[in-house]
Write a protein that binds this ligand. Structure first.
Ligand SMILES: O=C(O)CCC(=O)C(=O)O
Ligand SMILES: [Fe+2]
Length: 171
């Protein structure tokens, strides 16, 4: 990838922070802390603050716990990274469960392109053999769409896909 594609996109970009508080739940199997989703941003840096288990990633269809490590960050690849890398770096589906007797806290910071630009697969990655797999869209419109839907797996990323990418074979 031409590094300028990333610089152009993320220069002057946006950093958001979210703090999550999951109270204890007497019947954790009937409840979910945070529904399954992939993060909309480019990358996420996450801290599981009080080292209580709850974060899970989906791998080959199974939910795998991500055990909190003291003073360690979790890095998530988000949907924008999947789009910009034209599918080379897939975003990770994850969710957070709750515990019956322990509260849980996490803090996530998301790195995004600037809101007044647009984003799509990096032009330097698009060739006749590797056509764009995702649409180009204004970043503000992308987030408006994301926040107007419920969190549900990678459904929003799927909505960004080009329906029939045209692969041209080499002569
Ligand atoms: O609480 C967690 O460990 C996950 C939080 C999360 O996925 C998010 O805030 O996007
Ligand atoms: Fe997340």
């Amino acid at each position: 990838m031409d590094p300028n594609d990333i610089i152009t996109l993320f220069e002057g970009g946006l950093q958001a922070i979210r703090m999550n508080y999951y109270p204890p739940c007497p019947e954790p199997e009937l409840s979910i802390g945070l529904n399954s989703h992939s993060d909309a941003a480019g990358i996420t840096i996450l801290l599981q603050i009080n080292e209580v288990e709850g974060l899970q990633i989906r791998k080959n269809g199974a939910w795998i716990p991500v055990k909190p490590l003291a003073n360690a960050f979790v890095i998530n690849i988000g949907d924008i990274m999947e789009i910009v890398s034209n599918g080379i770096y897939p975003s990770i589906e994850h969710r957070a469960t709750v515990n019956s007797n322990k509260e849980r806290l996490s803090i996530a910071t998301y790195y995004s392109p600037k809101l007044d630009g647009d984003m799509g697969p990096a032009p330097s990655l698009i060739t006749p053999q590797t056509p764009a797999l995702f649409k180009r869209i204004g970043v503000a419109d992308y987030y408006k769409g994301f926040f107007s839907r419920e969190l549900r797996g990678r459904a929003y990323l799927d909505a960004m896909r080009v329906q029939n990418p045209k692969i041209q074979s080499k002569m």
